[in-house]
Design a protein around this ligand. Structure first.
Ligand code: 4HQ
Length: 256
């Protein structure tokens, strides 16, 4: 999977992309992430990307032309794009065929909230362009011309779309085949059932007077599997009952 990022702070991504699971996925060629400076697509010698809002009021607004030029340049240089289809927004530049090219995502609190289903859906695409805004907003015509979808990581206000983009990249990378190892992917499967994870323990056996549940030391693997299933349901009911009310009922979850 190929992800292109547009930002005025490309340096924020360095250590993130070099570290841990994401770093390894990139090193192994399973994931390609290219971070581009939006200012490279400005028109003036000051490399301006913001201006005062029409209608007045405080703050600055990101200008449309640098974004539009940047996104179109990335699409033209796309190489492998997306299979397209999905009514896709504008065109894929060079070929000019509508609906093809990378899927363009604007990180914004106005988008649908990111969840496991959305992560899987986006991870199934071959190419993404992530637009990271700053300032008080982005000229509305950017959305109208070069954005396929807006995604939010939660109902709070950040100063920029860079952290949301990193959240998305990390979650997406875990869905790329081969990125997460066999053992880890078993644990990951538990969320697919819509449940929270069961509690985990490692040495030492007693911490601050708190002992490890005896069943985990029993060597009885069927009993351990049962205990973990029950604890997952208990944790979900106590901490996130909303997950049990959704499409995946507890009955079905207990089956797996
Ligand atoms: N933003 N989820 C970028 C967010 C946000 C969010 C506010 C996006 C500021 C410039 N993005 N603008 N929450 O708070 O994605």
């Amino acid at each position: 999977m190929r992800i292109q990022v547009l930002t005025i702070f490309p340096e924020l991504f360095g250590p993130f992309l070099a570290t841990s699971l994401v770093g390894r996925a990139i090193a192994r060629g399973l994931l390609a992430v290219e971070v581009r400076d939006l200012r490279d697509f400005a028109e003036d010698r000051h490399r301006s990307v913001d201006d005062e809002p029409y209608g007045g009021g405080g703050g600055m607004v990101m200008m449309a032309p640098p974004w539009i030029r940047a996104v179109r340049a990335l699409m033209a240089a796309g190489g492998e794009g997306d299979e397209g289809g999905e009514g896709g927004g504008a065109t894929a530049g060079a070929a000019g065929s509508p609906g093809f090219g990378p899927w363009r995502v604007l990180l914004s609190p106005q988008g649908a909230r990111l969840d496991d289903a959305k992560v899987r859906e986006l991870a199934a695409r071959r190419g993404l362009i992530l637009l990271c805004g700053r300032y008080e907003g982005i000229d509305e015509r950017v959305r109208q011309t070069v954005v396929d979808e807006e995604v939010s990581i939660g109902d709070y206000v950040l100063s920029g779309g860079e952290l949301p983009a990193m959240v998305l990249i990390e979650a997406l990378s875990r869905q790329v085949p081969g990125v997460v190892g066999q053992a880890e992917s078993v644990a990951q499967d538990s969320f697919r059932g819509g449940l929270l994870d069961h509690p985990h323990y490692t040495r030492p056996p007693v911490v601050e007077g708190l002992a490890v549940p005896a069943v985990l030391l029993s060597g009885d693997h069927a009993a351990i599997r049962r205990w973990r299933g029950e604890e997952a349901v208990r944790a979900t009911r106590a901490k996130r009952p909303d997950l049990l009310e959704g499409g995946v009922g507890p009955g079905r979850v207990l089956d797996c």
